[in-house]
Design a protein around this ligand. Sequence first.
Ligand code: PAZ
Length: 322
Amino acid sequence: MMAEPRTSSIEGKLSEEFAVPSHVDEVKEKMAAFARHHAEAGRKVVLITSGGTKVPLESRTVRFLDNFSSGRRGASSAEYFLDSGYAVIFLHRHRSLYPYVRMFLTVNMLDVLQFRGAEGAAANSGDVVINQQLLPNIAKVLKRYNEVKDGTLLLPIEFNTLSEYLHLLKAAAQALSSIGSKAMFYLAAAVSDFYIPASEMPEHKIQSSNGPLQLSMKMVPKILSPLVKDWAPQAFVTSFKLETDSSILIDKARRALDTYRHQAVVANVLDSRRGYVVVVTPETQAELILTDEDVKNEVEIEDRIVSNLTSAHTKFITQQEG
Ligand code: PAZ
């Protein structure tokens, strides 16, 4: 078993070494009000994290370290949670994939719009119409998007840098603590494990004339530890584990569960993540696989992940209450 990180030192590091975003209190209040409102209406609330993080190398940032995550897992999972009756706080990387809109991102908007006006008419006197054939399922998706919007069931919160992510996740965990076991955390974002503290970062653009660059980076504090123990101790928490070497995946997922004592880890391998994951809990291990038939029918693996976890969450609530 891994040594459990000391939560007080993690909290200290968070406030000392990561700049606090100026809007964090305002966002925290918004999330708390959202959670209270939906819990009172009998809904469960899931906090989804989605996308990669940006780690600056200079304080007037020209260069930064990033990662592969597109945010597709988080965005599509948000839709399945909404379909399962959850209200969703979507803590996502700025410009990563967004629920519903994600389906149309490869389409050039100007190709699907047509100008209809009298010959020689001024551009502002005709109509602009949509060619729906170029936007498959647009009417159905738009209807669902509007239902979600009208019901204020989706609260989007953006982050960009690692610091913003860490502080906003802490604020979210504290905001959701008031709804106890009705809250689920679904931590699908790909968060950097390494960073350069502000005190060690050059202010200006690193000069290539100084020769090859050597970086020394520190470990990002493991905030799953205070999240589970201190900030939202009654919530159902799911973390994600990504590896490129499948032979170490399940062992790493089990070690995370032993260390942080949360409820589930979704384990996946980079190249197969769209069609195969393993949901690992302290007692169980469920392989979720898309068949060729599923792929033909455009089934998404997130549908299966969300279905597995919402059942586990319901059982968890019953146990907590019983
Ligand atoms: O964002 P995406 O759909 O491209 O990828 C999803 C994922 C691989 C980032 C996610 O499933 C995941 O494993 N997140 C945690 C990564 C980690 O181990 O830090």
